[in-house]
Write a protein of this length. Structure first.
Lengths: 169, 71
């Protein structure tokens, strides 16, 4: 079963490679960076697949590429901003070096997954809707029938709990 | 400020997480400048922000929780 999933993941990756690269390119505006992010996403998703049961590999891969492209772009534009004091928007000059990919260990993945599973259901739901489904505070508030300020508090609680789980190691 | 150092670092952490959350929903150029200003204010801000971003990335790799199957 696990072997099948692993095979499936790399097949899914190969089958969607050009769309994944395009998704990264739209965010990064640079083909080389897009390629790097797609590679990084594949490595991270392989790590995650070794730890978790990934039910929807296509959606998961696209989500990871998007997450990593945003993270990558954010880091480049900060380096620019911090040194030049100007926001260059989405078009990052290519002379800025590649930021190092963030290394994420299997142990940290497991600890964070455990921490999330320990959250009270409403907290976990609010966090997943925000983090994994990209919903706004307002949409989450409507779905859970709570205020937007409570949504914000729950998301903070979820993150703080994950942080504590990593700090205790 | 009369805050103890612990309260200060909790406050910095909270602000860092708040920025990461807001960034996830998208920042206007003005907000982005505000964030950059905050990051440049103090190395501890940058450190907390980097930690929060990394945690954010990890949580994004965790698939949705599935309760153990019943019956």
């Amino acid at each position: 079963m696990i072997v099948e999933e692993q095979v499936e993941l790399s097949e899914v990756f190969m089958a969607h490679r050009s769309q994944l690269r395009w998704a990264a390119l739209k965010i990064l505006g640079n083909p080389e960076r897009a390629e790097d992010v797609v590679q990084d996403a594949y490595l991270k998703v392989s790590e995650a697949a070794a730890v978790f049961h990934v039910k929807q590999p296509v959606a998961y891969l696209f989500q990871m590429v998007r997450n990593l492209a945003i993270d990558h772009h954010r880091r480049i534009s900060f380096e620019l901003n911090l040194f030049e004091g100007e926001d260059d928007g989405l078009h990052v000059p290519s002379h800025i070096g590649m930021p190092e990919a963030t290394v994420i260990s299997r142990q940290h993945l497991k600890l964070v997954a455990k921490a999330i599973s320990e959250l009270p259901e409403r907290t976990r739901r609010a966090f997943e809707l925000h983090r994994l489904e990209g919903q706004t505070h307002r949409a989450i508030a409507a779905e859970l029938a709570i205020s937007t300020s409570l949504v914000n508090i729950l998301i903070h609680e979820a993150i703080d709990h994950c942080r504590a789980a990593l700090q205790s190691t | 400020m009369a805050n103890s150092e612990d309260q200060d670092s909790e406050q910095v952490w909270h602000t860092a997480v708040e920025w990461v959350i807001r960034e996830h929903e998208s920042l206007s150029p003005v907000e982005r400048q505000e964030l950059i200003g905050w990051l440049n204010m103090n190395p501890a801000h940058r450190k907390a922000y980097d930690e929060a971003s990394r945690l954010w990335l990890i949580t994004g790799l965790v698939p949705p929780f599935e309760p153990p199957a019943e019956d």
